[in-house]
Design a protein around this ligand. Structure first.
Ligand code: GLN
Length: 454
C-alpha cells in the first residue's frame, strides 16, 4: 500500500501526512507475534488503514485540514486511534479533509483538494474525501471517517465505496476534534460491507472518556454482515423515503435507486413507500445547529493554548493576537460558520433560530420513530447527484450544502446509516450510493441489508 501511495498520491492527494515507518513497524510486530504462535490481536491485525486527520494521533501531526493546526502534534491518542493500535492495525497516514470537517468536497482543505480516483477533475466528496479516495485508489483497504452531516456516507457514495455512520455514541468521540458535538460520529470506511463490519467491531464500544458514549453492547454488525452475504432478505421490511426524490435529483441517480429497490425486492425484502414529512426541514435545521455548536467549539483556537499564533512580537495586545491569528488561521467556510453560529446563538435570536432548529430536530426524530414502527430500514439515494467538478460549487455554499440533503436526518436523530455502492450512473458513468438508515442501536440491520445488496 505504501508503494501504491507513492505511485498515485501525488495526483490523488488523499494523504496529508504519511506514517510509513511506523506502519511498517506495526506490521512487523504482527508478523513476529504470529510467527511466535500468538493469536492475532484482532481479525484485522496487520491490515493497514488510512486515518482522517481529525483524529488525534500521539507523535503525528493532526491538522484537521486547517492552517490553525498545521504543526499541532497531539499529546495523546484518540480512543479510536488507541483501539486501532491495540488491534494491530498499521496506520498508513492521515487523510485530507475539509477544514474542521466543514464541507462536501474536500476543497475547503487548507492544503489543496483531493481528486476523485474515478475522474481526477471531480471532487471525492467531503469532508472525508481523503479517506474515501484512498480506498477507491487502492491506497488503503480500510479507512476512518467522521460524519456530522454526511461526511462518511457522501464521500463513500461518490467514490463507489462503503461508508457507515454508526449510532451516535456508538464510537467514542474522545480525541476527535469537535465540529458539532451533538452530531459528530466516527465510523468505518471500506470497499466492502464485510470489511466495514470488521473495522466497526474494532473501533466501537463504551468509553468513559466520552460523556455521550453509549454504555451498551456493540450491535452484532459482523454476524449481521455474514448473514447478509447469504443474499436472503425475506422477512425484512424496507421503506422508501418519499421525500428524497424529484427535483434536484439527477435522472441517473434516480434510475440507479429504482434499480436498487428492485434488487432488494428480488432478494425477498418487502418494500413500501414511507413519508417523513419533516425531513425537508433537516437541512436548514442542521445549518443552524451545526454552526452554533461549531462557533462554540472553535473558540478554543485562541492562539494562546495551542496551534497557530501570529503577530506575537510584543507590539500587539493578547486580544489583537487572537483576532489576527483567527483571521490568518481559518479559511472562509470556517469563518462563515462561526459567524452564522454566533448570530444564531445571540440573545434576541436564540429562540427564533437555535430554538426552532432544535424543535425541528425533535420532529425529525419522531418521523423516524413513526417510520420504524412500520419498517426495519429506510432507503434513499445517498446524495442527489454524482461527483461534481472541482471548482463547480466553491462559490455557491447553498449548492455545496445540498450534497447532504439525504444524509443529515440520521445525524439529527442520532440514528445509524450506511452508504453502499449502487453501481454507476447511466448518465455519466460515475458511482452512485444507496443509503440505508436504521434506528439507533440497530446498526446490525444496515450490515444485513447492505451485505445482501452489494
Ligand atoms: N457537508 C456537511 C457540512 O459541511 C457535513 C460535514 C460533515 O459531516 N462533517 O457541514
Amino acid at each position: 500500500h505504501l508503494d501504491r501511495i507513492g505511485e498515485v498520491d501525488r495526483e490523488v492527494h488523499a494523504f496529508l501526512t504519511l506514517n510509513g515507518e511506523d506502519a511498517l513497524a506495526a506490521a512487523r510486530q504482527v508478523d513476529s507475534a504470529l510467527a511466535a504462535g500468538q493469536a492475532p490481536a484482532s481479525p484485522i491485525a496487520g491490515v493497514p488503514l488510512a486515518l482522517k486527520d481529525v483524529m488525534a494521533t500521539r507523535d503525528l501531526v493532526t491538522t484537521c485540514g486547517s492552517k490553525t493546526l498545521e504543526n499541532w502534534v497531539p499529546p495523546y491518542d484518540a480512543t479510536v486511534t488507541r483501539k486501532l493500535r491495540e488491534a494491530g492495525v498499521p496506520i498508513l497516514g492521515k487523510t485530507n479533509m475539509d477544514e474542521f470537517a466543514m464541507g462536501s468536497s474536500t476543497e475547503n482543505s487548507a492544503f489543496g483538494p483531493t481528486r476523485n480516483p474515478w475522474d481526477h477533475t471531480r471532487i471525492p466528496g467531503g469532508s472525508g474525501g481523503g479517506s474515501s479516495a484512498s480506498l477507491a485508489a487502492f491506497e488503503a483497504p480500510l479507512a476512518i471517517g467522521t460524519d456530522t452531516g454526511g461526511s462518511i456516507r457522501q464521500p463513500g457514495a461518490v467514490t463507489g465505496t462503503v461508508g457507515v455512520k454508526p449510532t451516535y455514541g456508538g464510537v467514542s468521540r474522545y480525541g476527535l476534534v469537535a465540529f458539532s458535538s451533538s452530531l459528530d460520529q466516527a465510523g468505518p470506511c471500506a470497499r466492502t460491507v464485510l470489511d466495514a463490519a470488521l473495522l466497526h467491531e474494532v473501533i466501537a464500544g463504551y468509553d468513559p472518556l466520552d460523556s455521550t458514549s453509549i454504555d451498551a453492547p456493540v450491535p452484532p454488525v459482523l454476524a449481521a454482515a455474514r448473514e447478509g452475504l447469504n443474499g436472503d432478505l425475506k422477512g425484512i421490511k424496507v421503506g422508501v423515503v418519499r421525500e428524497f426524490s424529484g427535483d434536484g435529483y439527477q435522472a441517473g441517480v434516480q434510475r440507479s435507486f429504482e434499480a436498487a429497490v428492485g434488487q432488494l425486492r428480488a432478494l425477498g425484502a418487502e418494500v413500501v413507500e414511507v413519508s417523513c414529512p419533516n425531513f425537508v426541514y433537516a437541512l436548514p435545521a442542521y445549518y443552524l445547529i451545526a454552526p452554533s455548536e461549531a462557533s462554540s467549539n472553535l473558540a478554543r483556537f485562541d492562539a494562546m493554548r495551542y496551534g497557530l499564533r501570529v503577530s506575537d512580537d510584543g507590539s500587539h495586545s493578547a486580544e489583537e493576537v487572537m483576532s489576527l491569528t483567527r483571521e490568518a488561521g481559518f479559511g472562509p467556510e470556517v469563518k462563515r460558520r462561526i459567524m452564522l453560529g454566533t448570530y444564531a446563538l445571540s440573545s434576541g435570536y436564540y429562540d427564533a433560530y437555535y430554538g426552532s432548529a432544535q424543535k425541528v430536530r425533535t420532529l425529525i426524530t419522531r418521523d423516524f420513530e413513526a417510520a420504524f414502527e412500520k419498517v426495519d430500514v429506510l432507503v434513499s439515494p445517498t446524495t442527489p447527484t454524482t461527483a461534481f467538478k472541482i471548482g463547480e460549487r466553491v462559490d455557491d455554499p447553498m449548492a455545496m450544502y445540498l450534497a447532504d440533503l439525504c444524509t443529515i436526518p440520521s445525524n439529527l436523530a442520532g440514528n445509524a446509516a450506511m452508504s453502499v455502492p449502487s453501481g454507476l450512473s447511466d448518465e455519466d458513468g460515475l458511482p452512485v450510493g444507496l443509503q440505508i438508515m436504521a434506528p439507533a442501536l440497530a446498526d446490525d440491520r444496515l450490515y444485513r441489508v447492505g451485505a445482501a445488496y452489494e
